[in-house]
Design a protein. Structure first.
Length: 306
């Protein structure tokens, strides 16, 4: 202990100088919006590089597991190239119309340049929702506010507020972007809200996380008079235009009716397994910018929820 005090006394000038430097930098970043933005953008770049290096090391020891995941996803994608036998048959009594509109619809349904993401078939070259493939380099689960780091950035066309989906369903929303990396708020984030819809009857609600179980979320705002069924499919409603409508979120696992509330308490099991998340797609919603601009001109505050 005596040596410790002697060390502190001997280098007191340097220690006080270092403490004041840290304090001044903290105050500068906190009170200056420009410096704060510059700090977070720079930090996002360096942290992304460190996480990318760490992911490369861990991936080396997970090559077999990753290969199995890629084989499963490739099999699911390749299956879309092959139409079932009945799809090309015409009914004897009700022949298929050969007008131009029907032909155009059949061409859209049968085109191979599409991906099945969360039960929603998204064309890879959709003018409204172009897709940007990305690799997940960090995806923590145990925090109250969980973020996902991706190895794509502004150079790839990624911007804040874009949606993130995987082959299984909804993943999150882009928050901060640097040149080569992007950080997204996960579905497992206390501030995440997603406009959702029950497929069976069209009931609309809001998805949010309870900050405890990474496999379940809550579906809020479902009136008590609505009938619920365990196993009901919950998808995005498309109300906020961050995600296309119909992208899978999960299935209803349980629901309870509390006497002091006018809404159901609904537990939804997530379709995405965040503990095994490896590859995702960033969804660029071009229609969202147009909708937000229109609402601003009309004097309506755009909805910031997902």
């Amino acid at each position: 202990m005596r040596n410790l005090f002697a060390f502190l006394f001997r280098y007191r000038g340097i220690l006080v100088f270092a403490l004041l430097e840290v304090l001044s930098l903290y105050l500068l970043v906190k009170n200056s919006s420009y410096q704060r933005a510059a700090f977070f953008n720079s930090a996002n770049t360096y942290v992304g590089q460190v996480l990318d290096f760490r992911t490369r090391i861990t991936d080396y020891f997970r090559l077999v597991e990753l290969n199995h995941e890629l084989v499963k996803e490739n099999a699911m994608l390749r299956q879309q190239f092959y139409q079932p036998d009945l799809s090309r048959r015409e009914a004897d009594s009700l022949p298929v119309s050969r007008d131009s509109l029907t032909q155009a619809r059949l061409a859209r349904l049968g085109r191979p340049d599409s991906l099945l993401l969360g039960l929603r078939q998204l064309p890879a070259r959709d003018p409204d929702y172009p897709l940007i493939p990305a690799r997940v380099v960090s995806a923590p689960l145990r925090k109250v506010d969980n973020f996902i780091t991706l190895n794509v950035g502004s150079i790839d066309g990624v911007k804040p507020q874009m949606g993130v989906v995987s082959a299984a369903g909804v993943v999150g929303r882009i928050l901060v972007v640097s040149e080569h990396y992007a950080t997204a708020t996960s579905v497992l984030h206390s501030g995440t809200k997603i406009s959702a819809q029950i497929v069976r009857d069209g009931t609309v609600g809001t998805i949010r996380w309870q900050n405890d179980d990474p496999t379940h979320v809550l579906l809020d705002d479902v009136p008590r008079q609505n009938k619920l069924v365990r196993g009901d499919t919950v998808v995005t409603s498309g109300y906020n235009a961050v995600y296309p409508s119909g992208v899978l979120i999960g299935t209803i696992d349980s629901f309870t009716r509390e006497s002091d509330k006018n809404f159901w308490t609904v537990q939804v099991r997530l379709a995405v397994d965040f503990s095994r998340l490896s590859y995702v797609y960033v969804v660029n919603s071009r229609v969202k910018a147009e909708r937000d601009s229109l609402e601003i001109r009309a004097g309506v505050k755009p909805d910031t929820d997902e």
